[in-house]
Write a protein that binds this ligand. Structure first.
Ligand SMILES: Cc1ncc(C[n+]2csc(CCOP(=O)(O)OP(=O)(O)O)c2C)c(N)n1
Ligand code: SF4
Ligand SMILES: [Mg+2]
Length: 289
């Protein structure tokens, strides 16, 4: 690939037809993402989209950039590796609430604190959609439609904003799949932000959470500029209804970028793993003495 022509959002969609259920919020996330990529105006070969497993994690297959539909819960670890190996790339990770906050929860908090320059599109439908409707970490305790939790989970859900702030995130926005233009602007702002940016997307699962169709009448845009202090962000949003959209928090901690760069050779890389022969021999000698 070597393109100089101006690319449109459709140029960033692949020919693979999504197998999402009709009405799934993830269609609009795909629309928003491809619109954001068109506005970013980078060649396709300079963009990598990395996902985990889940309905939402299928998104790389439906785009025309470098992509990896990877391992459940590991999107952020892989994406960080891609970015650190080639810092010139625009790296985007994507996936669902189960992928990112259950099995991948550990990676999420460390991605927030490590602050590698990449963007995470977290599609939250408060359910495991792909495996047919189990409760996820963001499911309300009283939701009892799953056969696995007929009386609800009974435990407090994870609030992605609180978890991210507690873990040191530097950029957190919330968007709604039903407003793809606004979501595209948030994704673009996240990509422009130096460091790790989280775009928390309320993306309805119309099959297992049909009541989420009602989200369109409850989302509301923040009327405040982004908070730049975690305590201020928590004071504003910890007790709200969870449907405030916009850039909710933005700070300016420097991104993590180790001294190495993309011009590192394979020999340089191998040298980093070399067993230090002299020292090891000395340790072995001491052991025999
Ligand atoms: C190691 C491993 N454990 C469990 C699964 C089964 N599994 C596949 S997707 C998924 C959850 C997906 O939920 P979410 O990330 O919220 O995506 P959604 O389908 O809702 O978009 C699970 C548990 C798996 N594929 N691999
Ligand atoms: S099961 Fe839910 S999340 Fe998965 S494609 Fe269908 S509507 Fe979307
Ligand atoms: Mg989900």
């Amino acid at each position: 690939m070597n393109e100089m022509a101006v690319l449109t959002a459709s140029d960033f969609k692949s020919d693979t037809k999504p197998i999402w259920c009709p009405g799934c919020g993830d269609f609009s996330v795909l629309t928003a993402l491809t619109k954001a990529l068109a506005e970013l105006a980078r060649p396709r070969e300079q963009i990598a989209l990395i996902s985990g497993i889940g309905c939402s994690s299928r998104i790389p297959a439906y785009t025309r950039v470098y992509g990896l539909h990877g391992v459940h819960g590991r999107a952020l670890a892989v994406a960080a590796g891609v970015k650190l190996a080639n810092p010139e790339l625009t790296v985007i990770a994507a996936g669902g609430d189960g992928d990112g906050l259950s099995i991948g929860g550990n990676h999420f908090l460390h991605a927030c604190r490590r602050n590698v320059d990449m963007t995470y599109v977290l599609m939250d439908n408060q359910v495991y959609g792909m495996t047919k409707g189990q409760a996820s970490p963001t499911t309300a305790p009283e939701w009892c439609e799953s056969k696995l939790t007929p009386h609800g989970t009974g435990v407090s859900p994870v609030a992605p904003l609180h978890l991210a702030l507690a873990s040191g995130v530097n950029f957190f926005a919330r968007g709604f799949a039903g407003k793809p233009n606004e979501l595209a602007a948030l994704i673009l702002a996240g990509i422009a932000h130096p460091g790790f940016s989280v775009i928390h997307v309320l993306s309805p699962c119309v099959t297992f959470r049909p009541e989420q169709r009602g989200w369109k009448s409850v989302v509301h845009a923040s009327d405040a500029p982004p908070a730049s202090d975690p305590a201020e962000a928590l004071a504003r949003y910890a007790g709200d209804d969870g449907f405030t959209t916009g850039i909710l928090y933005q700070a300016d901690r420097a991104p993590f970028l180790p001294a190495h760069s993309s011009d590192m050779t394979a020999e340089d890389f191998a040298a980093g793993f070399a067993v230090r022969g002299g020292e090891m021999a000395a340790v072995a000698d001491r052991g025999q003495a």
